[in-house]
Design a protein around this ligand. Structure first.
Ligand code: MN
Length: 212
């Protein structure tokens, strides 16, 4: 029973991808319980920010079209997307053109998160409160599910909103302030071109230049 349930969480993730053609991680659910959080800037057909919170051995995911804002008056549309494997939180690279979500993916923020209240209840109710301990995003946030629109579509629209606290800022748009990878320091263009991360090329250079 437990196994079948485990596989179900990543069934959509698996069904959408051809792992022979994409460098994205396979659909393995983690056994460990952690509290990681990651945001990936993803230049697919439209650039968006994938917001992911670890829960139940997977990454609960939302695509934030305009990206998160530190301004509490800004309610950012966050379309719920399929659960992703935990390994996805370490993924930065290029999804080939023609594959699902084709385009470069940048690790834009990472860290840990702290739910405020019960996570399963929050997800079911459509009201998930939490605190972020990222490198770029911190403080209290809420994800609120909107009522289904009349088009009868199956997609779930949520809103990502910054709570007012010492990390909030009117008119503060972190996605404009930071345009490089939090992990490798690369820009979207550098990721797309497949440039080696800065830290890695520095290391290589040192190795060559240093006397034996
Ligand atoms: Mn995406």
């Amino acid at each position: 029973m437990a196994r079948a349930k485990d596989e179900d969480l990543l069934a959509d993730y698996k069904a959408k991808r051809d792992f022979g053609n994409t460098p994205e991680p396979g659909a393995t659910r983690a056994r460990k319980k952690g509290d990681s959080f990651v945001i990936q800037k993803h230049a697919a057909r439209r650039t968006h920010f994938d917001f992911r919170l670890e829960h139940d051995g997977v990454l609960k995911s939302w695509a934030v079209t305009k990206g998160p804002s530190l301004d509490p008056s800004q309610k950012r549309l966050a379309v719920r997307t399929e659960d992703h494997p935990l390994d996805y939180g370490g993924f930065e690279g290029v999804i080939p053109k023609g594959e699902y979500g084709g385009g470069p993916v940048m690790l834009w923020d990472e860290g840990s998160w702290e739910p405020i209240g019960d996570v399963d209840e929050g997800l079911a109710k459509g009201d998930l409160k939490f605190r972020l301990h990222g490198q770029r995003l911190k403080g209290d946030w809420v994800l609120v599910r909107m009522k289904k629109d009349r088009s009868g579509g199956t997609r779930e629209n949520w809103l990502l909103i910054k709570k007012r606290d010492e990390h909030a800022g009117d008119g503060d748009e972190p996605t404009e302030d930071y345009d490089t990878s939090v992990r490798s320091g690369r820009t979207m263009d550098e990721i797309e071109k497949g440039d080696v991360p800065v830290w890695s090329s520095n290391k290589a250079q040192k190795k060559t230049l240093a006397p034996e």
